[in-house]
Design a protein around this ligand. Structure first.
Ligand SMILES: [Zn+2]
Length: 314
């Protein structure tokens, strides 16, 4: 069935700025509401080639010639039609597409502070890199993690969707699979200190206890070991917003950070941060061991032992 999408409403409702932020485009202010930088569409040749006018909500790249509105931007980034781009953005801003017929706009109020303008298409959840890291396809599907072949800043990277506490897609992280730096690429302006990876799914598990790990792959591995209430801090620090979110959702915390100097130091610091408010148990991994390196069976054994005997395990 043909659906009606109001292109004009979408062009107005979705700020180009938020799409650019999501794509980690670094722009330099060159005048009132005028910005310049590398072009995310053709890959960046010409450090000043890409011009954006945020008050008019339009862009133009003088190197590759791409130009237009948020619709053109998404169509170019995702290599899809304008109509598909409009559908993606419409879903996102909840401008519900109405059936063809009445030519009036069906609007639920748009949310300009909405976290993300589109979802990446063509994410390969069966990419060999995942298997090499011991991640099974059903797990990759569940988390939406996979290899991205499209264009833009995540091209050729493993993309990992990050959601907010309400379960709305907030950003992607692009993980290099070939040693390229940076190993983890976050969109410009994305504050990972405000997010706890997998928090919305872990909270939905409805259990009082959560396992807290450092990285995305640690989280995926612990999940595969049968623990659905697992979250990652995306680093070896616990920020205030993360602490508050964890305390809102869980009564007990099991810390399982990396078995290295940074991990042990972080374990001590985070335990001290949380102890006044909640029960904290610690699973110490052996020297040099990280949760993501454990086989599913080993992770399961360690976690089962860890929940029986709080304290030093392994
Ligand atoms: Zn360009």
């Amino acid at each position: 069935m043909q659906t009606w999408v109001d292109f004009a409403a979408i062009k107005q409702s979705v700020p180009l700025a938020s799409l650019l932020r999501q794509c980690q485009v670094k722009l330099r202010c060159s005048g009132r509401d005028q910005y310049r930088g590398c072009c995310p569409i053709h890959g960046g040749e010409g450090r000043e080639a890409f011009h954006a006018n945020l008050s008019r909500n339009v862009f133009h790249c003088f190197a590759c010639g791409a130009a237009g509105t948020v619709l053109d931007f998404v169509a170019a980034m995702e290599q899809c039609s304008l109509r598909e781009a409009a559908m993606k953005l419409a879903c996102f801003i909840a401008l519900a597409p109405a059936p063809a017929g009445p030519k009036q706009l069906v609007t639920r109020k748009s949310n300009s502070s909405a976290p993300l303008g589109f979802t990446l298409r063509g994410v390969d959840t069966a990419h060999p890199y995942l298997a090499a890291r011991g991640i099974r396809t059903p797990t990759a599907l569940q988390f939406g993690v996979g290899f991205y072949r499209g264009s833009g800043i995540f091209a050729g990277r493993l993309v990992i969707p990050i959601h907010n506490e309400r379960g709305e897609l907030a950003a992607y992280c692009g993980r290099a699979v070939d040693g390229t730096q940076p190993r983890y690429r976050f969109p410009a302006g994305f504050a990972k200190s405000e997010f706890v990876f997998n928090l919305h799914r872990a909270a939905a598990a409805g259990q009082p206890t959560v396992v807290v790990v450092e990285g995305f792959f640690d989280c995926l591995k612990v999940y595969q070991a049968g623990v659905t209430a697992v979250v990652a801090l995306m680093g070896a620090e616990l920020y205030e917003a993360q602490k508050r979110a964890l305390l809102r959702q869980f009564q007990n915390i099991i810390l399982m950070l990396d078995g290295d100097t940074a991990g042990r130091r972080a374990t001590a610091a985070i335990t001290a941060q949380l102890r006044p408010y909640t029960t904290v148990r610690v699973i110490h991994l052996a020297d040099g061991v990280q949760p993501d390196q454990l086989t599913t069976e080993a992770a399961r054994e360690i976690l089962q032992a860890g929940s029986r005997h709080p304290g030093t395990i392994c």
